[in-house]
Design a protein around this ligand. Structure first.
Ligand SMILES: Nc1nc2c(c(=O)[nH]1)N[C@H]1C(S)=C(S)[C@@H](COP(=O)(O)O)O[C@H]1N2
Ligand SMILES: [Mo]
Length: 442
């Protein structure tokens, strides 16, 4: 293993499973503090004791009796998820918690199949839950605090099925320099599935909002990676006006099936076009607030960007950060796959999707000459509000050689994607720069 490989293996953004598979002795050294064969303890510093504690939630009194290279069974569950997600073609960015993104060419379908939908977890997923026993309670600034079962939701409210876009606020983070901490998402923390559920607003109308209600606060059953049962992993919310939009759902089906565990079984919020973090998974409580919700990951620098542009690498005061609401206009080239080769006289079929937060995309253009000229693509209207839009273009390349396909979407406000990474921000959110794909004509 070269020293560069070793550095990569120890990248805290990857995880212990991969490390165990690649280099069990070194993994032991990290987990149990044993000396590595090379005796290079200093090398492990970057990985940090914090992640060791986070990985197991406790010290191991009998560590000295554990066989070398034994994967602690506490990590076996994650190892299984890593196998399943990477088996489906996803790129696993972290295994504890599990985070995985989808390579662009696997997102070609108008509706993303469940196994190809990116997975973003801030903590450890709950154990599987029984749909019949699941309860959602709503309290706070409401007239009639109420607890609903899933069958109550199904029978009391109109069912809605819609294709809805989820994109992680950190999608594209890997493009920022200086780098921002967190999962190094490239382009694949986005997907568009059919979600079935009830309108959030119908449920709020049923329990009756008090005039003081201004924000929602969402709670769920995932567990903090520290192992502390009292620590809430993430509790975010949206302004009441957003919860009252027709395409904001409380969902129990994903593409016509019960929601898979990775995506929030059995009940989740879906707020299309807003940072994915607004779409709480494993939802069991809604607290209606008389102030902006201040749960974990609502405050500080989480899912927030500077209110004014700052130079790359700047220190920004928390009081100068604002909550991210609608995501910016963006597009993805899902065919051809980057690295594609064709005969130069063949027709090149290019296609993908585009989306624009709370807006509609009105134009997607493609350039094959590094932005010198642009061709308009055929763009579909969304099947419903909150869905991404398909676009396509067929063309012939002028001669053999290396080309880059660039795609640029423009929304109904006239706002277009930037060519390069947009304004740097401390946590690396909202990178909507153009997607580029390499093509070689022979
Ligand atoms: N309970 C809970 N809900 C959550 C999260 C989480 O960690 N816990 N992650 C959020 C984030 S940051 C994103 S981007 C979306 C991802 O949804 P997915 O995993 O179904 O793609 O879920 C959101 N809902
Ligand atoms: Mo996210």
């Amino acid at each position: 293993m070269s020293s560069q490989d070793r550095g990569r293996r120890l990248n805290p953004e990857r995880g212990l499973i991969e490390l165990y598979e690649a280099d069990p002795e070194r993994a032991d050294a990290i987990v149990f503090g044993r000396r590595t064969p090379l005796g290079r303890r200093g090398f492990l510093k970057g990985f940090g004791l914090a992640s060791v504690g986070a990985a197991l939630g406790a010290i191991i009194p009998f560590a000295r009796h554990m066989p070398s290279g034994l994967v602690p069974v506490a990590l076996a569950d994650e190892a299984d998820w890593v196998r399943r997600l990477s088996g489906a073609g996803l790129t696993v960015l972290n295994d504890r918690p599990i985070n995985a993104e989808t390579p662009a060419h696997l997102l070609d379908d108008s509706v993303t199949p469940n196994p190809l939908h990116f997975v973003r977890n801030n903590g450890l997923m709950p154990e599987g839950a029984d749909n019949g026993e699941w309860r959602l309670s709503i309290d706070g600034e409401v007239m009639r605090p109420t607890t609903f079962s899933i069958s109550d939701l199904r029978s009391n409210f109109r069912l809605v099925k819609a294709a809805l876009l989820l994109e992680c606020g950190g999608n594209g983070r890997a493009g920022y320099n200086p780098p921002a901490r967190g999962n190094q998402w490239t382009t694949g923390a986005v997907a568009n599935a059919y979600w079935t559920g009830v309108r959030y607003r119908d449920v709020l109308n049923a329990v009756g909002l008090k005039p003081t209600a201004i924000y929602t606060g969402h709670y769920s059953t995932d567990r903090h990676s520290s192992g502390d049962p009292d620590k809430v992993v993430i509790s975010r919310g949206v302004p009441i006006v957003k919860a009252m939009k027709a395409d904001t759902l409380i969902a129990f089906e994903m593409n016509g099936e019960p929601i898979p565990l990775t995506h929030g079984a059995p009940l989740r919020v879906v707020v299309p076009g807003w940072p994915g973090s607004a779409s709480q998974k494993w939802l069991n409580r809604i607290w209606i607030r008389d102030q902006i919700h201040d749960g974990p990951k609502m405050t500080g620098k989480s899912y927030r960007v500077p209110s004014r542009p700052v130079p790359p690498g700047a220190e920004v005061d928390n009081s100068d950060m604002r909550i991210i609401e609608a995501m910016p206009v963006k597009s993805l080239i899902t065919r051809p796959e980057t690295g594609y080769h064709l005969k130069h006289w063949e027709t090149l079929r290019i296609g993908g999707h585009a989306w624009a937060g709370d807006h509609v995309v009105t134009k997607v253009e493609v350039s094959i000459d590094f932005g010198a000229s642009w061709r308009r693509t055929g763009l579909e209207m969304p099947p419903n509000r909150g869905s991404w839009q398909d676009w396509s273009l067929a063309l012939k390349l002028p001669s053999p050689g290396y080309y880059e396909l660039w795609a640029r979407a423009t929304d109904d406000q006239g706002v277009a994607q930037p060519m390069l990474v947009p304004g740097w921000n401390p946590r690396g959110y909202l990178n909507n720069s153009m997607h580029r794909v390499a093509v070689t004509a022979i």
